[in-house]
Design a protein around this ligand. Structure first.
Ligand SMILES: [Fe+2]
Length: 211
C-alpha cells in the first residue's frame, strides 16, 4: 500500500519544474524530447521550462525533470533539518546534557551526508541543486524549530517531530521515484528513510523510559 501524498502539515508534494535561475543561459541545456513511454509533461503556461543540463543518462528528460523537482523539495527539508539538529545540539540543557549534546551532533552529521547525497543525485540527472538556506527556508516541510526551549526532553520531542516528518517525506519520495522508474533514487531514499528511522529511535529512547 502506498503512503498518502500529503505531508503531515497538509502540503502536497511539488512535482512542478523548479524555477530557473534568473538570466540563465540556454547553452548546454538539454532540449531533447522524452523517448520513454511516459506521458510528456506539460508545465503550466506560467511555469518557465526548468534549466536542465544535457546528459547521456538514459532516464527520460521528462522523468528527470520530475525527479529534479522532487529531490529539490527533499533537499530543502534536509538543509532545514540539519540546522535544526545543530540548534538542538547547541541549546540543550539538563542532566542528560552531554548525551543529548553529542547525540544531536551525530544526527547532524548523518543529515549532512543526506544533504550531499540528494544534491549530487539532482546534479547527476542534469538538474541544479537548489541548496541555499534561503531556498530551504522557502520550501521546507518541517515545522519551525522552537527557539526558546532548553530542557532535554523538550528538545527530544522537537527533534523527534522533525525526524518523523523527514522520514515520512522520504518514504513518499521512495514511492514517487518508483513510479518514475528510477531505482537508484528509490535506493537512495530507502537508505535515507532507514537511517532517519534509526536516529529517531536513538532520540526517542531518551523519553520512552519515563512513560
Ligand atoms: Fe558542536
Amino acid at each position: 500500500m502506498r503512503n498518502p501524498k500529503l505531508s503531515p502539515n497538509g502540503k502536497t508534494d511539488v512535482l512542478q519544474p523548479t524555477t530557473p535561475m534568473p538570466g540563465a543561459k540556454d547553452i548546454g541545456l538539454d532540449h531533447r524530447s522524452s523517448s520513454s513511454g511516459l506521458a510528456k509533461i506539460s508545465p503550466p503556461e506560467s511555469a518557465p521550462a526548468p534549466k536542465m543540463y544535457q546528459t547521456e543518462n538514459d532516464i527520460s528528460r521528462a522523468s528527470r525533470i520530475e525527479l529534479n523537482a522532487l529531490m529539490n523539495q527533499r533537499l530543502a527539508d534536509a538543509v532545514d533539518l540539519q540546522m535544526q539538529m545543530k540548534q538542538a545540539h547547541w541549546n540543550v540543557k539538563g542532566p542528560s546534557f552531554i548525551a543529548l549534546h553529542e547525540l544531536f551532533d551525530q544526527v547532524d552529521e548523518a543529515i549532512e551526508s543526506y544533504v550531499d547525497l540528494i544534491a549530487e543525485r539532482i546534479v547527476q540527472l542534469g538538474g541544479i541543486a537548489e541548496g541555499t538556506v534561503r531556498s530551504a527556508a522557502a520550501r521546507s516541510r518541517l515545522e519551525e524549530y522552537p527557539l526558546t526551549i532548553g530542557d532535554g526532553l523538550a528538545h527530544v520531542a522537537a527533534v523527534a517531530k522533525a525526524l518523523s516528518t523527514f522520514g515520512h517525506e522520504a518514504r513518499n519520495t521512495i514511492n514517487q521515484a518508483e513510479e518514475l522508474e528510477d531505482a537508484a533514487t528509490v535506493d537512495l531514499f530507502t537508505e535515507i528513510a532507514r537511517g532517519t528511522d534509526k536516529w529517531l529511535w536513538f532520540v526517542e529512547a531518551h523519553g520512552q523510559a519515563a512513560k
